[in-house]
Design a binder for this molecule. Structure first.
Ligand SMILES: [Zn+2]
Length: 269
């Protein structure tokens, strides 16, 4: 990573521990490293505008219409999912940041708007949108205090390989205004990432992982395209390579049934 680099950051400020300036200090440090010609990106999901019928554990049929009325229309001002930690909120609050509207990403810096727009809402990890932007600049991904379970880039490989378990049997619907919904019949469902760490050994063997420390946290840096290539390599030899075997993971259990031809598609969000 150097002057002009674009970097997607996955981080845990808690694991990083006290650093000068906290999350703002982390952002400033990265901005100094990449300069004004570079850009910082973060994942900033919001699931609030999706039809509850598309969610994992949808409401009871008799409650569905009431739940649909409660759904907030699509907006770049939607709250960022708390599971992503504080850093995405810090980046989004910084003047000049741009955000895509659905299951979103934020970009800050050179070509910020361009990096996160052009998103295909039914296929957020398709070739357009944030991953198209990151790929177009041969961008990096920094994992600081988070494991490879956070490797959203791996979903890009599942999308590229058109994995059968990404298919939905309940079409993706997103509320775009009060009483107005857009439907994405080809909308894909990207699920469990617990086993994405299996991609790490491929990246390590290929010498693509740059490891170090951010504060107290273990950190690694790798090019986004190399992650996607490594995950595709695994999927080409085993379609279930990225699925976990955790007892109780219904998403991966269902995906395995789909791969075995026992089920057609999933409907979780
Ligand atoms: Zn799983």
């Amino acid at each position: 990573m150097s002057e002009g680099s674009t970097v997607l950051v996955h981080s845990s400020l808690r694991k990083i521990g006290p650093i000068q300036g906290g999350g703002n200090g982390l952002l400033e440090g990265i901005q100094i490293a990449i300069g004004s010609s570079g850009a910082v990106m973060v994942v900033s999901f919001c699931f609030d505008s999706m039809d509850p019928a598309c969610h994992w554990n949808p409401p009871k049929p008799e409650d569905l219409e009431a739940k649909r009325r409660e759904v907030a229309p699509l907006s770049v001002e939607a709250p960022i999912d708390p599971c992503l930690g504080m850093f995405p909120r810090i980046v989004w609050r910084t003047p000049g940041a741009a955000r895509s509207p659905c299951l979103s990403f934020v970009a800050l810096g050179n070509r910020a708007e361009e990096l996160v727009t052009n998103q295909d809402m039914g296929r957020i990890y398709g070739p357009n949108g944030a991953f198209g932007g990151l790929s177009s600049v041969n961008g990096w991904v920094l994992y600081a205090g988070v494991g490879f379970e956070a490797a959203t880039s791996v979903h890009r490989a599942e999308d590229h390989m058109d994995m059968p378990y990404l298919a939905r049997d309940v079409p993706l619907r997103i509320k775009i205004a009060d009483d107005e919904w857009s439907e994405f019949p080809e909308g894909r469902d990207y699920g469990c990432s617990a086993n994405f760490k299996s991609v790490l050994s491929v990246l390590q063997s290929r010498g693509e992982l740059h490891e170090g420390k951010v504060g107290k946290a273990h950190a690694f840096l790798v090019r986004h395209d190399r992650i996607v290539e490594a995950a595709i390599f695994l999927l080409e030899s085993d379609q279930a390579a990225l699925l976990c075997s955790k007892p109780g993971c219904e998403w991966c259990a269902r995906a395995r049934r789909i791969l075995a031809g026992e089920e057609v598609g999933s409907n979780c969000a």
